[in-house]
Design a protein around this ligand. Sequence first.
Ligand code: ADP
Ligand code: MG
Length: 253
Amino acid sequence: MGKVIAIANQKGGVGKTTTAVNLSASLVQEGRKVLIVDIDPQGNTTSGIGINKGDINECIYNVLVEEQKAENVLVSTSMEGLDVIPSTIQLAGAEIELVSAISREMRLKQALDRVKDNYDFVIIDCPPSLGLLTLNSLTASDTVIIPVQCEYYALEGLSQLLNTIRLVQKHLNYDLMIEGVLLTMLDARTNLGLQVTEEVKKYFGDKVFETIIPRTVRLGEAPSHGESIVTYDPKSRGADVYAELAKEVISHG
Ligand code: ADP
Ligand code: MG
């Protein structure tokens, strides 16, 4: 059965998209079949994985708002075993259009239930908000990965996210669990990064992934080439750490 994992944090720029793309590609590298769902109107996962938005006829918008079938919207990527349900800027209107829709929080779950068992993992890249798109993602997911940037105010906003997760567990998806908290963009040369690491571990204990993602030039460059780090620079430090993260996720079962 396909395991569905949302990558969520309402803060922007914490490494959600970078993790969605590179964790997915690393899982494929480990022999798993993966579907990435881009549910952020910015569509950075879609372009970051090498899909030309000009070539897309339908996207996640049509799935959520028009109840188009997921299997009709997903496209394959240049990496075998990695498919994506793309996003375009059309999705920006969906939050408002869905407000009066029936079972508005369940739309993504209903769509993914039809296709998830064709994959080992379905990875959902959430937008930087706690609105209906993120609620759909958490409702559709088995677990959630929370990326936290190793910066000042790293923990800021996390209580709101945890509250939202609790509300989803209470009303929409009883079985939702936290897969792990992922420390991202660590600059090991600074004490700050190490302090934040300690602080997050104190707060979340063994929920924190052992793998910590460092800030590297190559991880920052890869999306502008429309590639994951797995193909862009397979021998890089970034490729190594995302491979480690993929193994950790696989070991969780
Ligand atoms: P989010 O999806 O949470 O908004 P992104 O994954 O898009 O965050 O990351 C924000 C920016 O930081 C992007 O330009 C991305 O390329 C860059 N970035 C993310 N992770 C790393 C990293 N580990 N090393 C270097 N740059 C990174
Ligand atoms: Mg993003």
